[in-house]
Design a protein around this ligand. Structure first.
Ligand code: PMV
Length: 364
């Protein structure tokens, strides 16, 4: 069954509109099984599952006041990013909000101000669309609830926020749930859907709830090829169908591993996934390489350290050269000493972000 959130009744009585604001803090997430390839309106070609981060987040305040005159079909939005106007980002957000006017018709009745701040440096190479889009989606659903009382039930609220976040940036739909979230239909995940993510923390062993994720910054430059261009290249990819089947299969393998707290198998699956993502990029036409020499050196060092010490540490990669190093809290002392001594010297000016599995978004 597909969800249809269009609702022409969500209109305000103009004379009663007061000014106000809503603020959400929402985190980024790291996919363990990757979403790469889409169709329709940001629908995934395969299911994915991710760790919700804690320290890499976006803080978004959406302020509103009555819009004078007859509302046009376009949204009226003013945007500040880290305290400054950011025309390209403002354009993307406006276009996104314009696509939502059948779901939130009241948006056309308001003057909107969006103030958004990232906890991580703008150019840290960390994808900010998941945190930014989920924060905005949560603000929009809160406005709906405040004006119309239609989303009182927490489950309905988060489901709608996840659905809206997905329309903004696919992977953003997973950021609305704490610790672990899954997106995309899968036979072993009850209630899973291509249209929104579902919470999955309860499926994981407690040792994954305190997972550490240190992000090693190899390069802070923006990516040469955007995620959306990469998704598009999957449409003609020679390995596409095998890849989509493999992702589902790996998700099926990961679920018992998460349940049992089997960090060794976890590392195998997560590393296979990260390298498969980059192999798909290299085998696209045109091909592209996002890893850098330091990414490969870091991978070699992490594997060597694991072999020598037996500590359950592994790596993942997003669509970029930076390494996400994953390990249980119990191993943090030796792993972090190793990262400081052997890995940070290979990072861009020694840059890293000490992150972990997080508690999900919060209304501020
Ligand atoms: O949500 P997008 O369109 O930015 O794509 C995200 C793609 C990956 O980060 C590489 C994988 C994922 O599942 O998050």
């Amino acid at each position: 069954m597909t969800l249809d959130y269009r609702n022409a009744h969500l209109l305000l009585d103009s004379s009663s509109i007061q000014e106000g604001s809503v603020t959400w803090r929402s985190p980024s997430n790291l996919a363990l099984i990757k979403y790469w390839g889409k169709h329709g309106q940001q629908l995934p070609r395969n299911p994915s599952i991710s760790i919700t981060l804690q320290e890499a987040y976006t803080l978004t305040r959406l302020s509103f006041r009555r819009r004078e005159g007859v509302p046009s079909s376009a949204i009226s939005l003013h945007l500040q990013f880290n305290g400054h106007p950011e025309p390209a980002f403002a354009e993307r957000m406006s276009r996104f909000l314009d696509t939502l006017t059948e779901i939130f018709p009241f948006l056309r009745q308001l003057e909107l101000d969006l103030d958004t701040v990232n906890s991580f440096p703008h150019s840290s190479g960390i994808a900010s669309s998941a945190s930014a889009m989920s924060a905005l989606a949560l603000c929009l659903c809160t406005l709906e609830q405040r004006f119309f009382g239609t989303l009182e039930n927490r489950e309905d609220f988060l489901r709608k926020a996840s659905y809206i976040a997905r329309l903004g940036s696919g992977s953003a739909c997973r950021s609305v749930y704490p610790v672990i979230a899954a997106w995309g239909r899968h036979g072993s995940l009850d209630g899973s859907s291509d249209e929104y993510a579902i919470p999955a923390a309860h499926l994981a062993h407690p040792s994954f709830h305190t997972l550490r994720n240190t992000i090693l910054i190899v390069s802070s430059k923006s990516k040469a090829v955007s995620s959306s261009a990469g998704h598009t290249l999957m449409d003609q990819h020679p390995y596409a169908s095998v890849r989509y089947a493999q992702a589902s299969q790996r998700l099926g393998q990961l679920l018992p591993v998460l349940r049992q707290g089997d960090w060794e198998s976890f590392g195998q699956i997560v590393e296979d996934e990260a390298l498969t993502l980059h192999a798909l990029m290299m085998a696209s036409r045109p091909s592209f390489v996002l890893m850098q020499p330091q990414s490969l050196s870091l991978i070699a060092r992490i594997r060597q350290f694991r072999k020598e010490t037996g500590h359950p540490v592994c790596f993942s990669l997003d669509a970029g050269p930076n390494l996400h190093v994953l390990y249980p809290e119990a191993a943090s002392a030796p792993v972090e000493a190793f990262l400081r001594e052997q890995c940070l010297p290979l990072c861009e000016q020694g840059a890293f972000i000490a992150d972990r599995a997080g508690q999900g978004p919060s209304e501020e």
